[in-house]
Design a protein around this ligand. Sequence first.
Ligand code: EPU
Length: 418
Amino acid sequence: MSKLVIEGGTKLKGKVNISGFKNAALPIISAALLSNEECIIENVPLIQDINVLKDILIKIGAEVQIVDDNSLLIDSSQVKTCYLENGLSKKIRGSYYLLGAALGRFKEVLIPLPGGCDIGVRPIDQHIKGFEALGAEVIIDHGMVHAKAKELIGSKIYLDVVSVGATINIMLAAVYAKGRTIIENAAKEPHIVDTANFLNTMGANIKGAGTDIIRIDGVDKLKGCTYSVIPDQIEAGTYMIAAAATKGDIIIDNIIPKHLEPVTAKLKEMGMGIEEYGDSLRVFYQNKLIPANIKTLPYPGFPTDLQQPMTVLLSTITGKSQVIESIWENRFRYVDELVNMGANIEVKGREADIQGVEKLEGTIVKVTDLRAGAALIVAGLIADGLTELEDIYHIDRGYEYIENKFMNLGAKIKRVKN
Ligand code: EPU
């Protein structure tokens, strides 16, 4: 077990190169299962969640190789079924994309309910509603999901909640369905568009991704292709927020600035300087920042995955701020650790009321989930003295080379083996 040790107090300076987006790479890698030709997927972050998905694909018979630094070659021509036991697929949330992809290709799949961060109940009823509407029978028994269909037939599906996972999973299952599938009240996140673009490059016929109505016309065959995953807007947003918290001045490179608009708008409102240059942003501190109110919402609202680092930033801004978490009911668990560091935050259900304090104090903190880990790194960067982060395996699930990237920006952070 390793821990991260951070000595706070350095203003971040320099340039950080953003990796490919975990939450786009997971469905895209799963989607490669829909073709029996080779796919090369570039700009894949080499993080734990991707390693787990890679191992799962190998287990069911796919050939998966890392070619070049961040590219995966996937050949699933030899995969005949997708039956998994408890184990690997419980380690990540993204394994649920095998449901849609394998149901689409083999018309049957049996896998355990997915794992992932403990941030709320995380039901998959909307995924199931979609599969059933396409003609599948879905049974959940002893923690296993079994979906089976004689054939899949296009249908109109209205999602009761805006769900990233359900939108993508239904797209994956519907690409081979007969006729037209329409998903209404679809999620609009950039990774939905990225997955649809990948599928279309393979020969699918998907229109409307990025709006709340997606239309999928079934095709008979998907071919192999080469495709590059979009940059990780959550990783980028984490560095933007860290720049603000440390009163720094950094360039965030290899991004799509449009995907960061909700974060850019909020940081500007608080007084940060932000300049856009094609595929990069300069984020720089100018004057004392002012408090803000945040409500997490589906894209293009403020992302729930940046709620935690944002709360850390607000915790040291003089005045009152409020954060409302409307996506996950259990995403304030890290606040106890922040309070131990001296923050003044009161959590009532899905709402955190923050009274900005002058400074945080370094101490030993436990990481409770992936984004809580990123948030506690930001807290360590601005705290007086040393902060030690334990249980950092959560962070390694989703952030590539995190301590190296922060070190390159001047942070005093190191990984220490316990
Ligand atoms: N929901 C349902 N029923 C469903 C599906 C979702 O009620 O069948 C509810 C959820 O309980 C939640 C809301 O709908 O309240 C949104 O859930 P969504 O399905 O959009 O989330 P997800 O697909 O499980 C993905 C990301 C999360 C990110 C959310 C929201 C992956 C692997 N996970 O989860 O990322 O927070 O979308 O943007 O893509 C992270 O990266 O740290 C992370 C947690």
